[in-house]
Design a protein. Structure first.
Length: 172
């Protein structure tokens, strides 16, 4: 009986130590896809560049942003964008400017809230975007190709729709 009690006590300590390690938005370690899924409520998995095709028939897709939508960037090159990137629109500022909340843009797993992104596409269709890059404290110089926006299902309550309140940030 004593070995069973010892094992149960050990397992209880393990569980208790893990219970306090839930990731918060302020922590590092987020991938863009896991954060976007949690934040937007859009239930797609896999590499960011695959979200656009996966959304077909499940979610509406658009070349026009709206709050709560997920911007899907295409995979390019071998660097940090080889799997694409996804970011949630938190506010539409104008026809060619939005604020995004996303994770791992700088490659460090951190969440950045309400950063600027601008449409630099020649046809005003958000097929090329430039995104705020905190290391230079300015809009980045690279124009990234994007597919467009995956729209949340109507009636869906998301963290993004609630402007990412501090309490929600702690629970992610």
């Amino acid at each position: 009986m004593r070995p069973v009690v010892t094992i149960l006590a050990f397992l209880g300590l393990c569980f208790a130590s893990l219970a306090g390690t839930a990731a918060r938005a302020s922590d590092g370690g987020w991938q863009c896809v896991t954060f976007a899924r949690s934040y937007s409520g859009i239930q797609i998995r896999g590499n960011a560049h695959s979200w656009w095709d996966q959304a077909a028939g499940l979610y509406d897709r658009s070349s026009r942003p709206e709050a709560g939508a997920v911007l899907v960037m295409k995979a390019i090159g071998k660097g940090g964008m080889r799997y694409g990137h996804v970011a949630t629109v938190t506010k539409v500022v104008g026809a060619r400017e939005v604020l995004l909340t996303h994770a791992n843009w700088n490659g460090d797993g951190r969440v950045e809230r309400d950063v600027r992104a601008i449409d630099v596409s020649p046809n005003n269709d958000w097929s090329q975007v430039r995104v705020w890059y905190s290391p230079i404290n300015a809009i980045g110089l690279t124009a990234y190709p994007s597919y467009g926006f995956i729209l949340p299902k109507s009636g869906t309550t998301t963290i993004a729709a609630n402007a990412f309140p501090a309490a929600a940030a702690q629970s992610l």
